[in-house]
Ligand binder design. Structure first.
Ligand SMILES: *Cc1c(COP(=O)(O)O)cnc(C)c1O
Length: 714
């Protein structure tokens, strides 16, 4: 029998069940599959076991269940209402999750989704930002749509860095060890019960890795882990951290993911019909696909063509740092004996990564390798598709960018994950029955216009209120951690005002995201923050440890806390992650995005905000270039100046004008009922026009129908 980790998963569930009273047995099953996190009532059945414990455990059911005493468990099992709710949630969960059926479905054709990061849940910290969030949402939506998919990533023991600011606003990084026993992860074992171990030749040696299985609904996520005894200390470190600065180590990660990912799947008897390379990190996969055919006597070029036919490549960014290249020697060193095994001139392999094959001075890169070893390629918004064609058309020998075979699938977000329960309950009352399972249908959303303004406004007030409560608690601990004065620590309780229009600005602090634009004209910004009808600002974001300019920007934004009269109108939340994102996109009234166009390939946090009734104020770039229409938000023109400084001046001017003349009056002009009718009209237009188009439902259907090679839907 093929061992794909299902047996190991079942064993782990059974082990947990031993400790649970009969009526609570389903909790063991729920806790070991992240499907609980987007099952209605799922988070609540665990939170019920102790709100404080739940929060302290980082909303991690494995830890909560482990920490409960026998008495606490018995008490919970005697609460009839609770037991009934557990049974209801479990029934909904079981109707969606049948792992045997999902595994069988793979035999008719399977997609292997390879990515360097996955943001599935805050308790599984193997992500950095948007790429991971998107990958997590794709797995969840693929599960919901029953797309036969398996996913492969790396198990980073220390994940991405955590951010702490000192009182001067200087960012400090630290890493926290993730313990596998705290996660719903099981080591995949072979027939004899030994941990499955694969090995990947690189730099002339073998690097070994074991394989963890994490269940995300019906989709198993396999995580390769090089921290095994057979490896030397350096190789054990390969899967320690995400996006390490050391380039050699990063290449080793890519080799493990691309070559090792395919090897791991094969070791478990999974032969994908489609390999989806989500960004270039895994682009060596096609060479591994070809290797086995070459071993059977197929000439390299033919084997590569077969691999190409199976492979789909998605590019995610026009930013140079996201399209890495490496010196030819370093690449050759990494590949070791691979050219020999493939029976091919090493230069041919390097040329696969070059825009201009044969140019020995050109450094091969992962994006070009992905483009050349795949038969379908896409960008992640309509505009980004165009930008990507403009960047990469020479790879295809085309003289006209539009001839480059790169399409687009615009990103979307998983609405069961990102829509706050209060918004879902409101829509349940007003949208046609079954809307939640048919969000892609614009017809479902027409009824938004008929929601009484006061009801919609009440939900917005509630979500903003919840966010502010969270911000106050979090800034209190942030300030304590920075050893701030006790007056300032206590002032956290007064941070932000529940009656003031709340702007959210949260993202990686990358230069092109232009976080500094907010303070471009400090006087005007302070007037907005301190005026009689003020705005307030919630900021979060990490700068990559090697990005000094980004860190300087964090310091600058943080310095606003010193601006006396507006100090409590600006909060910088440390250590931006999925948990903070979830609260911010739910509670902020306006979601601000100021990329230097056209560098934002898509952006997805704005889509999450729109699902919760947030209104967009964004540069016309990425997804917003196709989302904006008159009345559903605000757009800052995206046409570009050659002079960056002039561009910044112009965009800041537009930003301030929109805030002064549009955002503030609309928010504060109230009817007799206290409701800002014009604002609510905009929220409605935003929900109605954006929710159906930017849900992951539409995105995954487009991948499934247009890009994946799968048997027709039954
Ligand atoms: C959605 C999300 C992102 C993506 O942000 P964009 O700037 O819109 O691309 C990044 N980080 C986290 C934690 C997210 O949830």
């Amino acid at each position: 029998m093929v061992q794909d980790g299902r047996r190991d998963h079942a064993r782990a569930v059974a082990q947990r069940e031993l400790r649970l009273p009969e009526p609570l047995l389903p909790l063991a099953r729920l806790a070991r599959n992240y499907r609980w996190s987007w099952t209605r009532g799922g988070p609540q059945v665990f939170a019920h076991l102790g709100r404080h414990r739940w929060e302290r455990a980082g909303e991690n059911p494995i830890r909560v269940l482990r920490d409960l005493t026998v008495t606490e468990l018995e008490d919970a099992a005697e609460d009839q209402d609770y037991v009934a709710e557990v049974a209801r949630v479990a029934a909904e969960f079981d109707a969606e999750v049948d792992l045997d059926e999902a595994a069988e479905a793979l035999e008719g054709g399977a997609v292997a989704f390879l990515c360097a990061e996955f943001a599935v849940h805050p308790s599984l910290p193997i992500y950095s930002g948007g790429l991971g969030a998107l990958a997590g949402d794709i797995l969840k939506e693929a599960s919901d749509q029953r797309v036969p998919m398996v996913a492969v990533g790396l198990f980073y023991h220390q994940g991405y860095f955590h951010q702490r600011l000192d009182p001067s606003g200087q960012q400090h990084e630290y890493w926290v060890e993730t313990h596998a026993e705290d996660l719903p992860a099981v080591p995949v074992t072979d027939d004899d019960g030994h941990p499955l171990q694969i090995s990947v030749p690189m730099q002339g040696r073998q690097v070994h890795a074991r394989v963890w299985r994490v269940d995300v609904g019906r989709v198993p996520l396999y995580l390769l882990d090089s921290d095994v005894e057979d490896n030397g200390p350096l190789d054990r470190w390969i899967t320690a951290r995400l996006y390490v600065s050391d380039r050699e180590l990063r290449l080793a990660q890519y080799a493990l993911l691309g070559l090792g990912g395919i090897r791991a799947l094969r070791a478990m008897g999974i032969e994908p019909t489609t390999v989806h390379l989500n960004e270039g990190h895994a682009a060596l996969a096609a060479l591994e696909l070809a290797r086995s055919e070459v071993a059977e006597g197929v000439p390299f070029e033919e084997a590569l063509e077969h691999a190409r036919q199976r492979t789909l490549f998605t590019t995610h960014t026009p930013v140079p740092a996201g399209n890495e290249t490496y010196p030819p020697d370093q690449m050759l060193d990494l590949l070791g004996s691979l050219p020999d095994e493939l029976g091919v001139d090493p230069q041919r392999l390097l040329d696969l990564g070059r825009v201009h094959p044969g140019n020995h001075d050109e450094h091969p890169g992962m994006t070009v390798l992905g483009l050349r070893t795949s038969s379908r390629a896409n960008g992640v918004s309509r505009l980004h598709g165009q930008v990507a064609r403009g960047m990469w058309f020479p790879v295809f020998g085309a003289s006209d960018p539009e001839a480059a075979p790169i399409g687009h699938v615009t990103n979307g977000v998983h609405h069961p994950t990102w829509m706050a329960p209060a918004m879902r309950r409101l829509l349940d009352r007003h949208l046609p029955a079954g809307w939640f399972d048919h969000v892609e249908d614009p017809g479902m959303w027409e009824a938004v216009e008929a929601i009484p303004d006061a009801d919609l406004w009440a939900v917005r007030d509630e979500l903003r209120g919840d966010l502010i409560e969270f911000v106050r608690e979090r800034s209190l601990t942030d300030r304590l951690g920075r050893s701030e004065t006790s007056d300032y620590v206590q002032a956290a309780a007064r941070a932000l005002d529940p009656g003031v229009v709340t702007l959210g600005f949260a993202r990686r602090v990358a230069t092109y995201k232009r976080l500094g634009l907010l303070m471009h004209d400090p006087e005007r910004a302070l007037a907005l923050l301190g005026g009689p009808r003020p705005v307030q600002l919630l900021i979060a974001g990490k700068a990559h440890p090697a990005d000094e300019a980004g860190k300087a920007l964090v310091r600058e934004l943080f310095a606003l806390k010193g601006a006396g009269h507006v100090a409590e109108r600006v909060v910088f939340l440390e250590d931006y992650d999925l948990a903070i994102a979830r609260r911010m996109v739910a509670g902020c009234d306006v979601w601000v995005n100021l990329p230097r166009a056209p560098m934002e390939a898509s952006g997805t946090s704005g889509m999450k905000s729109a699902l919760n009734g947030g209104v967009q104020l964004s540069v016309d770039d990425g997804w917003w270039a196709e989302g904006f229409e008159d009345g559903n938000g605000w757009s800052i023109p995206g046409q570009t100046e050659h002079d960056d400084a002039a561009q910044d001046d112009r965009d800041a001017e537009t930003l301030y004008s929109l805030l002064e003349q549009q955002v503030v009056p609309r928010f504060f002009e109230r009817g007799e009922d206290g409701v800002p009718a014009d604002w609510v009209a905009m929220v409605k237009a935003s929900l109605r026009t954006l929710a159906p188009r930017f849900a992951a439902t539409r995105m995954v259907r487009e991948y499934r129908d247009g890009m994946y090679r799968l048997p027709p839907r039954g």
